[in-house]
Design a protein around this ligand. Structure first.
Ligand code: DGJ
Length: 384
């Protein structure tokens, strides 16, 4: 290289740096594989902060929405973040999609709890609709509300339109007349967890307790079926029973059709997908921020009946789902029957350092199987 070329090159580097083509751009195509549990940086070189998240695929781009976590607290002091990607490895920070409020009267005031946000697109209204688990400030986890927010743009800003319990004054479709009319009350039991109490739970004790005010809604996900119908799947009845509620055509409300799944089964963290006309759901047990063994359920129709199967995880740490808890299943675009299991390895002492566990869903005899990989890429789906 002669002196002149060297000078030109140096000048070019200086100009590009001044125009902002700096480390951020170096990060843009930095990853070509997934490394579950390792720090995963965005286009700015900052660790991705989108926990308990979900992915929306819209106009050739994946959008990852998740909980912004702080250094010390799991409460929401920023809101729901959004990242975008075209290859699932490299993520661009799109900022805060739903911001917490400074107004102490707002249900999403700074310090409230906003968990497991999921966004779906409604082609009829042209709106992006976000559902999330909302706990009101100062009330621990007792409110058990769902929050609904809407935006005209995929990355936001999203505006909170409503929050509350689910399907007040409506019975689940799969609760019998006898169960609906039972006189057994929640207050009849001095002690929880006895065989009698558990039998009463299965019979809808808490559905009856919450009938007027609406059903509890904590850990949650959304699912849009091939026919465009959307469903809200959530841990209800004090996390003892999952419920699946059908949404109206605009995705902003409930049709009133809903079912109970695995009454008394103590499932949370539901993540659902469909393959070959069959519905699969991966869930966890309820042990707070600590991991436990995943569960697998299948159904021929979204509204059930759902059948429980053994833990789909295999190998070392399978009984702790590789130290993680499910949050979403990503259908990989352009590849047949390719799905990614998306989970969180929570770090409650330093929530911002929670890690993402993304693993390929493999199939054995038609059933999903999760195996640990230190590193993997999408080519794993090529030779199925
Ligand atoms: C487990 C849930 O899956 C999380 O989303 C969170 O609610 C924690 N419990 C709180 O302990």
């Amino acid at each position: 290289m002669n002196c002149k070329t060297y000078l030109y090159l140096t000048l070019l580097i200086v100009v590009l740096s001044c125009c902002g083509f700096t480390p951020a751009d170096k990060n843009q195509n930095r990853y070509a594989s997934f490394s579950p549990g390792e720090v995963w940086e965005d286009d700015q070189g900052v660790a991705i902060n989108a926990h308990g998240g979900g992915i929306l695929y819209y106009q050739d781009t994946y959008y990852w929405f998740g909980e912004h976590k702080g250094e010390r607290s799991n409460a929401a002091f920023v809101g729901v973040t959004c990242y975008s990607s075209t290859d699932l490895y490299n993520w661009r920070n799109e900022g805060v999609a739903l911001s917490v409020s400074d107004n102490p009267e707002s249900p999403i005031v700074k310090g409230s709890t906003i968990e497991r946000p999921k966004v779906i697109y409604n082609a009829k209204t042209g709106k992006f609709v976000m559902y999330f688990h909302l706990e009101l400030i100062g009330r621990g986890y007792e409110a058990a509300h769902v929050g609904v927010a809407v935006s005209d743009q995929v990355t936001g800003p999203y505006r909170l339109v409503k929050h509350g319990r689910v399907n007040a004054g409506i019975w689940p479709m799969n609760m019998t007349e006898e169960q609906r009319n039972s006189n057994v009350k929640h207050t009849d039991f001095e002690q929880w967890w006895t065989p009698e109490w558990m039998a009463a739970i299965k019979d809808g004790l808490l559905v009856r307790r919450d009938f007027e005010g609406g059903q509890m809604s904590r850990d949650m996900t959304l699912f849009v079926d091939d026919d465009g119908k959307a469903y809200h799947i959530y841990a209800s009845e004090e996390n003892l029973t999952l419920q699946i509620a059908e949404l109206t055509d605009d995705y902003l409300d409930y049709t009133g059709n809903y079912v109970r799944v695995e009454p008394g089964g103590h499932n949370e963290a539901p993540a659902i997908f469909k393959k070959g006309g069959r519905y699969f759901m991966i869930t966890s047990g309820c042990t707070g921020w600590d991991p436990n063994a995943a569960r697998l359920l299948t159904a021929e129709r979204v509204m059930g009946t759902w059948t429980l199967h053994p833990n789909p995880a295999r190998g070392e740490d399978a009984d702790l789902t590789f130290q993680s808890q499910s949050t979403f299943v990503i259908p990989v675009q352009g590849k047949r029957d390719a799905f990614i299991f998306m989970a969180d390895r929570w770090r409650p002492r330093r929530p911002i350092d929670g890690r993402y566990i993304w693993l390929p869903i493999l199939f054995e005899d038609g059933m999903p199987v999760l195996k640990w990989f230190d590193e993997w890429d999408l080519s794993i789906f090529n030779n199925k």
